[in-house]
Design a protein around this ligand. Structure first.
Ligand code: NDP
Length: 432
């Protein structure tokens, strides 16, 4: 019997709101940015006049070209995931005591993807601006296609789970929403969560960032410095992600969250539409910042991305070396925490209590949120909607910190209590 992440009532509420509000929100976000000049007031005015029928009218129907773009992109990424060479990497021990094995070829897939996309554009084979022109239809197709994908994932979890890190909690809705399997695979090697989260979701972020830049160039014959700062920062962030992809396989998304509607639909739909939205906004808002301000924002953004990376790196290096490494030039301070796996085995983990991890238990979320702020601020402050991702991310990460604390408290018990006594703050040192 699987443990559930949240109580049934929280799951029902979040699932209903995700199902009811997220798909229309994705369409409204796109519609406001692309057709209403990014103005929430204008969109509100439209719905004031047209009511619910207005939403039905603006909702793009998935077209053949949208399906073709999604299919070619998905198939290309799946092929790269399977075929490109990469180092064999072991993931963390799962709750059932398994150790999943991955092929670390994310960075190669990332460079091949960008080179292919830019090459297709350069040689006049495919114009990325077409993706922008059909964005609404693509998002609409993703909304429906990903739902069906999640139904298939649920069925797979029921009839053909890939490992014993799976199981039902006895409630169909919760199983569908939070997922049945931790590491679903097709065959032995094709990891479905690596595909949905990394190779489809995160990769689409970079591909769409480039698309928005090219579209602005097509409209204006040049790219504004605000768009350049936004695109460079997003690309640095996604490059960092793929550089560190094997590290991502140790994080909550992969090691703790099961492959269900929550994480998979989110990565397949929400990442391409909402995470990329500051760039989508800038296409029609070519703000000129001036070289000096542009460079300040760029440097501040890169610094935040670096600090976020360094926090993750520090924790993983500490775990990889079993605490035998230097943290900020000194031997790390730590807690040796023991816990019991679902199969009853006792294991130990090390908790780092110095370096970034001594400042707050989830300090790394601070530079994560600030990075997003710095790639959005080139849009300046004409429209609040450009900042939606930053606001969403802040709420997501504050909730995630709580979720992670709760999970670690039940996993490590008194050792987690000790950690909380040593490192008092959850996210912002001295404040929260
Ligand atoms: P973490 O990488 O922080 O992983 C949390 C896990 O680390 C805990 O569950 C625990 O796992 C272990 N851990 C906790 N404290 C310590 C410690 N002191 N020493 C050693 N190990 C510890 O979680 P996230 O997945 O949230 O973040 C990973 C990265 O992804 C971050 O950079 C974050 O900013 C980013 N992120 C971005 C999001 C976005 O939407 N843009 C969303 C979420 C994350 P264990 O059971 O192994 O002990």
């Amino acid at each position: 019997m699987a443990e559930t992440v949240h109580s049934p009532i929280v799951t029902y509420a979040s699932m209903l709101s995700l199902l009811a509000f997220c798909p229309p929100f994705v369409i409204l976000l796109w519609y406001t940015m692309v057709h209403q000049d990014g103005s929430v007031t204008q969109t509100f005015g439209f719905f004031w006049e047209n009511g619910v029928q207005g939403l039905i009218n603006i909702w793009p129907r998935p077209t053949l070209i949208a399906w073709k773009i999604i299919f070619c992109y998905g198939a290309f990424e799946a092929a790269l995931q399977l075929l490109l060479p990469g180092k064999r990497v072991e993931g963390p021990i799962s709750p059932a005591g398994n150790r999943p094995v991955y092929k670390a070829n994310g960075l190669a897939a990332y460079f091949v993807t960008l080179a292919t996309y830019l090459g297709l554009w350069w040689f006049g084979i495919f114009n990325p601006a077409i993706v922008y022109d059909h964005l609404g239809e693509i998002f609409s197709a993703l909304i429906f296609g990903s739902f069906i994908f999640c139904v298939l994932l649920y069925i797979k979890g029921r009839v053909a789970p890939s490992s014993n890190d799976s199981g039902s909690c006895g409630n169909l809705i919760i199983d569908f929403y939070w997922g049945m399997e931790l590491y679903p695979r097709i065959g032995k090697n094709f990891d479905i969560k690596v595909f949905t989260n990394c190779r489809f979701g995160m990769m689409s972020w970079a591909v769409l960032a480039v698309t928005y830049c090219i579209k602005q160039y097509e409209i204006n014959g040049k790219v504004s410095d605000s768009m350049l700062v936004n695109t460079i920062l997003m690309l640095v962030y996604v490059t960092k992600f793929f550089w560190w992809e094997a590290g991502y396989w140790n994080t909550m998304d992969i090691a703790h969250d099961r492959a269900g509607f929550y994480i998979c639909w989110g990565c397949l739909v929400w990442v391409p539409s909402v995470y990329t939205s500051p760039g989508m906004y800038l296409v029609n808002h070519p703000v000129e910042l001036g070289t000096q301000l542009a460079i300040y924002i760029l440097v501040a953004g890169i610094l935040c991305i670096y600090i976020n990376y360094d926090c993750d790196r520090q924790r993983q290096e500490f775990r990889r070396t079993n605490g035998k490494c230097l943290v900020w030039g000194r031997a790390p301070s730590k807690i040796v925490a023991s816990y019991t796996t679902t199969s009853g085995e006792t294991k130990t983990s090390l908790l780092l209590t110095s370096g970034w991890w001594g400042l707050a238990r989830h300090f790394h979320y601070v530079p994560e949120i600030l990075s997003a702020f710095f790639w959005t601020v080139p849009a300046l402050f004409d429209n609040f909607l450009a900042y939606f991702y930053v606001i969403f991310l802040t709420i997501l990460l504050f909730d995630r910190a709580k979720r992670d604390d709760d999970r670690c408290r039940s996993k490590y018990g008194k050792y987690w209590k000790l950690y909380c006594e040593k490192v008092k703050y959850r996210i912002i040192p001295g404040i929260y």
